[in-house]
Design a protein around this ligand. Structure first.
Ligand SMILES: Nc1ncnc2c1ncn2[C@@H]1O[C@H](COP(=O)(O)OP(=O)(O)O)[C@@H](O)[C@H]1O
Ligand SMILES: [Mg+2]
Length: 384
């Protein structure tokens, strides 16, 4: 069942249109950002539905997944996606070889290495993408999955700026256009790519990516193949409770499949139990981590969570808020001393615990929205 995908062709066609045809006054040519929480089906949709829809509408699609191999610099992953597309076609290579003067050296056949394309290499990303555009006469769409990861390294940031330059060139009337579509698991992080004027995608549209819906659950219940059928309405409630993550349902279904003694009568009830148990377990683990923080670490993440976008770690008002947060947590007034080095240490510790995420330029965000939700549910953001 895991190999099988529920398709959303209408959504894909609508998004493809939004991405490709830039309406008068629309900022879509700056890029389109799709945000939705982790494990809710963004990558699956991008690969299985959106990519084919864009290709069907006549675009060349390049795909870079910045999370696929976390040991690789995100900047390099973006460059490789472009190399791969160039390498797909001899025409692109010939054009690029000419552009870089290589045909003069090569006798018979082409002696061109794709490694020449890259940041600070003979052939920069704009030149490569221009060759791709002119040779194919098609619009190019570059999809960057988990794009926020790009701003965690210098090469990643450099790649984004290179793309901005390429986009401006390709979107001029001489060529056939470049659109960059970024997906990400966290709105706040993704927003960092477009919020300030010096960022590569200033002004790009942020589109909340629709979660899988009732039709998906209907499809799932039809194909799930358990000893007795599930009730779609009931399953949809469970799906909502578990954050619209298909895997939570998949794992529960597997557990039932491997239970050779289960009475078909009990399947529905057991399924619900299993899904809820998993969701509880995930939250319980996270809560345990949150409750084991030192007072200053706890204060830092609570203040960050409540300030969101406007969080500035070392500014005076923020420092006052840390103190307020500690006081609220019952730390004696006399014991509270908040200083920059202590905050710095707390930020590092929170990153190591994967609770906090840092962009390369010293901007911080709470790693996942569910962390903020848990803190809020526990009343820990009140008054901050
Ligand atoms: N349309 C779909 N049909 C079936 N399973 C899906 C679908 N979308 C996502 N899934 C399943 O949900 C899990 C998470 O999907 P993924 O696309 O990796 O999420 P994200 O990229 O948002 O983290 C995967 O195991 C995937 O197989
Ligand atoms: Mg993904």
């Amino acid at each position: 069942m895991n190999e099988v995908v529920y398709h959303r062709p209408e959504l894909a066609a609508r998004l493809a249109k939004l991405i490709m045809q830039v309406a008068v006054g629309s900022s879509a040519s700056s890029g389109v950002f799709l945000a939705a929480p982790r494990r809710t089906g963004k990558s699956t949709f991008a690969r299985e539905d959106l990519r084919p829809a864009l290709e069907k509408a006549g675009a060349i699609v390049l795909y870079a997944d910045l999370w696929q191999d976390l040991t690789k610099d995100p900047g390099l992953v973006i460059v490789e996606a472009i190399r791969e597309a160039v390498g797909r076609n001899d025409g692109f290579i010939t054009r690029l070889a000419k552009a870089s003067g290589i045909e003069k050296v090569a006798v018979g056949g082409l002696n061109f290495s794709l490694d020449k394309i890259g940041l600070g290499k003979d052939i920069d990303l704009t030149t490569a993408l221009v060759a791709l555009s002119d040779e194919s006469q098609k619009l190019i769409v570059l999809m960057i999955d988990e794009a926020q990861h790009a701003i965690t390294t210098e090469a990643g940031v450099a790649a984004l700026f290179a793309l901005k330059a390429a986009r401006d060139e390709l979107n001029s009337s001489r060529h056939h256009g470049l659109r960059v579509v970024c997906t990400g698991s966290n709105r706040d992080k993704l927003a960092m790519l477009r919020n300030s004027k010096d960022q590569a995608f200033f002004g790009a549209s942020m589109v909340p990516f629709p979660t899988l819906d009732r039709n998906y659950i209907g499809w799932l219940c039809e194909h799930i193949d358990l000893p007795s059928p599930l009730d779609p309405a009931e399953v949809f409630e469970l799906f909502k409770e578990s954050g619209y993550r298909p895997e939570m349902l998949g794992a529960a279904a597997d557990a039932i499949r491997f239970d050779f003694f289960i009475d078909p009568e009990n399947v529905r009830e057991r399924f619900a139990e299993l899904v809820r148990a998993q969701a509880d377990e995930l939250n319980a683990n996270l809560k345990k981590v949150l409750h084991s923080l030192t007072p200053i670490q706890s204060a830092v993440i609570r203040v960050m969570g409540s300030m969101g976008d406007s969080y500035a770690p070392f500014e005076a008002p923020t420092m006052d808020l840390y103190a307020a947060a500690m006081k609220q947590a019952g730390i004696a007034q006399t014991a509270i001393k908040v200083e920059v080095p202590g905050v710095q240490q707390a930020l590092i510790a929170l990153q190591e615990k994967n609770l906090v995420w840092k962009a390369s330029r010293g901007v911080y965000a709470v790693d996942e929205h569910v962390i903020v939700d848990l803190l809020r549910a526990d009343g820990l953001l009140e008054g901050l």
